[in-house]
Design a protein around this ligand. Structure first.
Ligand code: FAD
Length: 535
């Protein structure tokens, strides 16, 4: 074998110890001027950077992210052997008081969107009952670009998942039985049940992948090397206010001792680090603010997995089929919940497990994957998500506070929350009846004293409600009246010239919808406003 390549052998080339070091910035980049300093490199931080850089020819953006690159992509775009990484990547830098505990954060570039964010519904106009109208209408211009960024699509059908025959039976049963589901909002066509999923931009038609911000952010850093710096391993520990502005950020190197102070008086500061962390950080600058951190709202959940023999689903093609549905219910004029439903037929587990893992809307653990292994069944996972509400006042029983450096979350279940929860439970069992259509049902659960001993039973579990809540929202809620809200409808904190929140922290009430699509649309609207202002 001969080699005529004349390229000189590399000498003294730096060997990088991790992806972040290779692709992204470092603390040296902090010495430059930035127009926008974004705290948090998750879905909303990425959306802000993307939109601002494309709308403005000159804006310089700094993204500060406390974590490094844990995964370069969504965990479900990697082999299934990574599924349990979610446990190792989880952090709960807070104390939970009250009746619930909050699902963890994922403190890495990409944030929670590394593991979740499959369901991305667009709420209908009546699902924002108490939002300022202008806050809703300004989203109209942003739905389309947000849709493009997430790569939303309305079917899980893709190469290897021709789900038409399962879809025909399941969707029609849900449509026909909708009236018998507790508090169901009427449907006009079976298509109303279709759920949009985030499959990422630039995925070839027929292929399937899940949206994740990391590659997107790395791509932006390459495209705009002079205008975007993403600096990982930078935890913002405090903010200092002076003269009606945020003047300084205190930074700590994550996992190290190094600290520095960043002057931001001439920049706009964007809190893109989610409802709990953003409120806690803002409280370092405004500890006596009467409303900041109040009105903490979350989603509670009832979940049930069941199966029925495949013979009960007539004319199903004998191949992997995965479908997802979104069924909306309304308890009263203010309160909604929804069920998201995944239906799976997996006749050849040995061949199709990897593909199934990629497609499943929520593949959360090896245990959850293991349940699809026995052939001859249709498997259904139903999750009802409902609103646990706070109050938009200083007296809110649900709130974020600080004790020294510790963040404290208080979430209590009020009578109305518990009543709503009972209805959610009922609706899950209504869906079992509708989908099983009289067939023998088996339920997956573990005995209360052996939580890991999960198996199939003829009897349903005693409880399907979970004390773990998620989709936290509302802590910097927006409004027209500065004495009754924390921010204006753009997300600018009242009375502070350069501090903005974005995403679900601004929601006055959360609705039951999964928040990311709306949060990205809001973030795009903020970037548009600021880009226009900066011209
Ligand atoms: C189990 C689960 C399932 C979910 N499923 C869905 C779904 O199907 N559909 C949907 O729409 N939503 C879903 N969500 C919610 C969704 O994940 C979040 O709404 C969305 O990812 C929020 O993005 P974010 O950028 O605000 O926050 P995050 O993803 O939390 O990102 C915030 C980033 O900020 C960083 N950060 C935090 N504090 C600091 C600091 N002080 N300094 C520097 N950096 C900091 C974090 O490390 C993180 O990277 C789910 C959430 C959970 C927990």
């Amino acid at each position: 074998m001969s080699c005529n390549d004349k390229t000189p052998a590399p000498s003294n080339r730096k060997v990088y110890t991790n992806l972040a070091e290779y692709f992204l910035g470092s603390w040296q980049d902090l010495n430059q001027h930035y127009d926008y300093v974004v705290i948090g490199g998750g879905a909303y931080g990425t959306a802000f950077a993307q939109r601002m850089l494309s709308l403005s020819q000159t804006a310089r953006v700094l993204v500060l992210e406390q974590g490094t690159v844990f995964f370069p992509d969504h965990s479900q775009n990697l082999p299934p052997s990574y599924v349990d990484a979610v446990y190792g990547a989880a952090a709960t830098p807070w104390i939970c008081e009250g009746d619930f505990y909050l699902a963890p954060q994922q403190p890495y570039l990409g944030g929670r969107a590394l593991f979740w964010n499959a369901w991305v519904p667009q709420p209908r106009p009546f699902e924002f009952p108490d939002w300022p109208r202008a806050a809703v209408t300004r989203l109209n211009r942003e739905w389309y670009p947000a849709n493009e960024m997430l790569g939303r699509r309305f079917s899980l059908a893709c190469a290897g998942n021709d789900n038409a025959t399962l879809d025909a039976v399941a969707k029609n049963r849900l449509f026909a039985g909708n009236d018998s589901i507790a508090c169901a909002v009427p449907l006009t066509t079976p298509a109303d049940l279709e759920s949009a999923m985030a499959t990422g931009a630039d995925i070839a038609p027929g292929q399937f992948a899940k949206y994740a911000p990391v590659g997107h952010l790395v791509g932006l850093a390459q495209r705009y090397p002079d205008r975007l710096k993403v600096v990982p391993l930078s935890t913002v520990t405090a903010m200092r206010a002076a003269g009606g502005r945020i003047a300084e950020l205190e930074l700590k190197a994550t996992g190290g001792e190094q600290r520095t102070t960043l002057s931001v008086a001439k920049a706009q500061v964007i809190l893109a680090n989610n409802s709990i962390e953003a409120a806690s950080l803002a409280l370092t600058a405004f500890p006596d603010h009467p409303l900041l951190g109040k009105n903490l709202c979350v989603h509670n959940r009832s979940a049930l997995t069941f199966r029925v023999p495949v013979e009960q689903f007539p004319s199903i093609a004998d191949q992997l089929q995965v479908c997802g549905y979104y069924q909306l219910s309304q308890i009263d004029s203010q309160r909604f919940f929804h069920n998201h439903i995944s239906v799976v037929y997996n006749p050849d587990p040995q061949q199709d497990n990897d593909l199934l893992y990629r497609i499943l809307p929520d593949a959360s653990s090896s245990q959850s994957l293991a349940m699809y292994q026995q052939t001859g069944y249709i498997y259904v996972l139903v999750q009802a998500l409902g609103e646990v509400l706070g109050e938009r006042s200083a007296e809110s029983w649900n709130h974020v506070s600080r004790s020294g450096e510790q963040t404290i979350i208080t979430i209590k279940a009020r009578e109305a929350d518990n009543k709503a929860w009972e209805i959610m439970d009922r609706s899950v069992f209504d869906i079992v009846c509708v989908l099983a259509a009289g067939a023998k049902v088996e339920y997956m659960h573990a005995p209360p004293d052996k939580p890991l001993d999960i198996s199939w039973h003829a009897e349903p579990p005693e409880h399907i409600c979970s004390r773990m809540v998620f989709h936290e929202a509302g802590t910097l809620w927006m409004g027209d009246n500065p004495t009754h809200s924390v921010t204006d409808i753009r997300g600018k904190m009242h009375g502070v010239a350069n501090l903005y929140g974005t995403g679900s922290m601004l929601f006055p009430s959360p609705g039951s919808w999964n928040p990311t699509f709306t949060g990205i649309a809001m973030t795009f609207a903020l970037a548009r406003d600021l880009a226009q202002q900066g011209r």
